[in-house]
Design a protein around this ligand. Structure first.
Ligand SMILES: Cc1cc2nc3c(=O)[nH]c(=O)nc-3n(C[C@H](O)[C@H](O)[C@H](O)COP(=O)(O)OP(=O)(O)OC[C@H]3O[C@@H](n4cnc5c(N)ncnc54)[C@H](O)[C@@H]3O)c2cc1C
Length: 389
């Protein structure tokens, strides 16, 4: 039986383990810490099909179905299908129109909405300055930690060996692939690198320079408020918020488009982020003085073009690396939790069939190594729509 060793038990690695086990692959899943202990555990849990690229919209079709199915099964996981609204002004109008048309072509249940319809769906939302929105009723949110641990339980029931507290220190792909860990070597057939913000460092152990850069993103939870609201992304301000299960609001974005060191970044939220996002909440919702219960920063991982890197990595000429033995699943920007079902599915297709249904995500899509590149957050519309100022 073919054996795969997956490095990283975040949402992506666990989904890959689950999908590979379903295809009959023997899997060992290792993590230096524990499942969902890093980026995944810090995610806001937003799940939405309203992305800028057709491949991502298709991926979200698969992922949302996956979340629904897992939620319907008997376990602790719930997918909250509360809808997702993007609001905009005249500035965003034509970009919204173009995106909704593309998303509908890809099968997404999304539509343009005008202010009266927005008020009907979101009666507590102030529409000062809002002239247009896009709305997908099947979007929603889920708890990333519960998702990952629930799926891990399922994967283990299918035979996946999970080894937390097992740091990978070296990878030898010159002959029979061997993953060296602090707890001893693991001989394997395929190495899957799903190490989130550490992916460049882990990939370097195989001799490949992976074009990914970690960057900070921030979120906060307010003290309880007197109303519930589905997810809203204010495309003009670049801030999202939604009701939490425990009565507060989860508010986020606060991305810092600067490379961060995964072993030494500031994990607390910036004061400016707290002030600026609180202002947006007070402007948009009936909240006079935002109380903050919790706030934090974690790391997302950028690629040169904002698309994930899922597939066999490109090796520098002369390296010992054997591309057939290594698959990466990294560079998921700020959307790695919600795309993790589709990414895990893609990893299983690559290991079993040699390719996935997302050629757009292949690591060899660049003509040459992209070298240094600018980090760009992928939720905002700027940069994706020429002319949007
Ligand atoms: C504030 C914030 C809000 C976010 N909100 C959302 C959201 O609403 N929706 C969404 O889809 N995404 C969101 N994201 C992004 C999302 O969290 C990530 O894209 C996703 O969690 C990436 O998952 P991962 O499995 O690739 O990485 P991780 O969860 O970081 O997992 C990687 C794992 O690899 C392990 N590892 C690393 N090096 C080694 C080694 N040498 N040996 C063994 N193990 C190793 C780590 O311990 C870690 O557990 C948010 C991110 C942040 C920071």
């Amino acid at each position: 039986m073919t054996h795969a060793t997956i490095i990283g038990a975040g949402a992506v690695g666990v989904s890959a383990a689950h999908h590979l086990a379903e295809r009959g692959i023997e899997v060992t899943l290792v993590d230096k810490g524990h499942a969902a202990g890093e980026t995944t555990g810090k995610a806001g849990g937003l799940v939405f099909c309203q992305l800028h690229e057709p491949a991502d919209v298709r991926a979200m079709g698969y992922s949302i179905d996956f979340f629904r199915d897992l939620s319907a099964a008997e376990n602790h996981f719930t997918y909250h299908e509360v809808g997702f609204l993007r609001t905009g002004t005249e500035r965003e109008h034509s970009a919204f129109e173009r995106e909704v048309s593309m998303q509908q072509n890809e099968g997404a249940n999304v539509r343009l909405v005008d202010p009266p319809e927005i008020s009907e769906i979101y009666p507590t939302l102030s529409l000062d300055g809002v002239t247009v929105g896009t709305y997908a009723p099947g979007d929603g949110y889920a708890d990333p930690h519960t998702f990952t641990t629930t799926l891990l339980d399922e994967a283990r029931a299918k035979g996946v060996t999970y080894r937390p507290g097992t740091k990978v220190t070296d990878i030898d792909v010159s002959d029979t692939p061997t993953v060296e860990t602090e707890a001893g070597p693991i001989q394997t057939d395929t190495v899957v690198i799903a190490a989130g913000p550490w992916s460049r460092r882990v990939a370097a152990l195989t001799g490949v320079d992976l074009p990914v850069k970690p960057y900070r993103a921030q979120a906060l939870v307010t003290t309880p408020v007197a109303f519930d609201i589905g997810t809203v992304y204010d495309a003009h301000e670049g801030v999202y918020f939604r009701s939490e299960q425990r009565g507060g609001l989860l508010v986020g974005d606060g991305t810092e488009e600067v490379e961060s060191d995964p072993d030494g970044y500031t994990q607390t939220a910036d004061f400016d982020f707290l002030v600026e996002t609180s202002d947006v909440v007070e402007r948009c919702l009936p909240v006079d003085d935002v109380g903050i219960q919790n706030a934090w920063a974690g790391l997302c991982t950028a690629t040169p073009d904002g698309r994930p890197l899922v597939g066999r990595p490109v090796y520098e000429p002369g390296s010992d690396g054997g591309p057939d033995d290594v698959v990466v699943a990294a560079g998921l920007q700020g959307h790695g939790f919600m795309r993790s079902p589709a990414v895990g599915h893609a990893v299983a297709d690559i290991v079993c069939d040699g390719e996935s249904e997302y050629p757009e995500w292949r690591p060899d899509r660049f003509d040459e190594h992209p070298g240094d590149f600018d980090i760009e957050e992928m939720l905002k519309l700027d940069g994706k729509h020429p002319g949007l100022q």
